[in-house]
Design a protein around this ligand. Structure first.
Ligand SMILES: Cc1cc2nc3c(=O)[nH]c(=O)nc-3n(C[C@H](O)[C@H](O)[C@H](O)COP(=O)(O)O)c2cc1C
Length: 169
């Protein structure tokens, strides 16, 4: 699948089959995250891969939707702020790096036929506790990872002219 096909084909999957994710496919999506660019190449991220089997109650404490723990895997991308690059005015970029890594992972997942859904509305305290995250390792985004059990929907997006200001030169 080419990149633009993956971009067009990706959607937020909110129902998953119980089928396991093959090790090779998991390795592919993790490799995509590993190869993602980061500011000053600091790579201030950590990726946690959690199995949901037999842990639905615990995993649901992180994000309380039944489809979240329905997928065989849940992935969390964390930022380690003190390892990240900051701009001259102090703006930190570790969260941006984490988001880029998650997006690489998600597009690669689409490319190998797996479903994902960006999750930001999780409970950070529960995430820390369930995943055993130390201080300084900040969960930024989650996604379930598994085979979709729903169908893509039409994408509702702003019109190009509302989105882009094309300067003339
Ligand atoms: C940063 C970010 C956070 C999101 N958080 C959640 C979330 O907590 N729960 C959820 O169901 N969807 C979440 N989404 C999914 C969006 O609702 C979804 O991407 C958007 O409605 C567009 O739909 P699509 O992904 O199917 O194209 C999030 C998406 C992004 C990019």
């Amino acid at each position: 699948m080419d990149v633009f096909e993956a971009i067009k084909g990706r959607y937020s999957v909110r129902a998953y089959k119980a089928d396991p994710v093959e090790d090779e496919k998991l390795a592919t999506v993790l490799e995509a995250a590993r190869l993602a660019p980061t500011a000053a190449n600091r790579q201030p991220i950590q990726i946690i891969v959690a199995h949901t089997a037999g842990r639905a109650d615990e995993i649901s404490r992180i994000y309380d939707r039944e489809w979240f723990a329905q997928a065989p895997l849940v992935i969390c991308v964390c930022a380690i702020a003190e390892e990240g690059w900051s701009r001259s005015d102090g703006k930190p970029y570790a969260d941006v790096d984490a988001a880029i890594a998650m997006d690489h992972l998600i597009l690669a997942a689409t490319g190998v036929g797996l479903g994902t859904c960006w999750i930001a509305a999780f409970d950070p305290a529960a995430a820390r506790e369930v995943l055993g995250l130390p201080d300084g390792v900040e969960p930024v985004a989650f996604t379930p990872l598994g085979y979709p059990a729903d169908e893509p929907r039409d994408k509702k997006r702003r019109q190009m002219e509302d989105l882009v200001r094309l300067e003339r030169w």
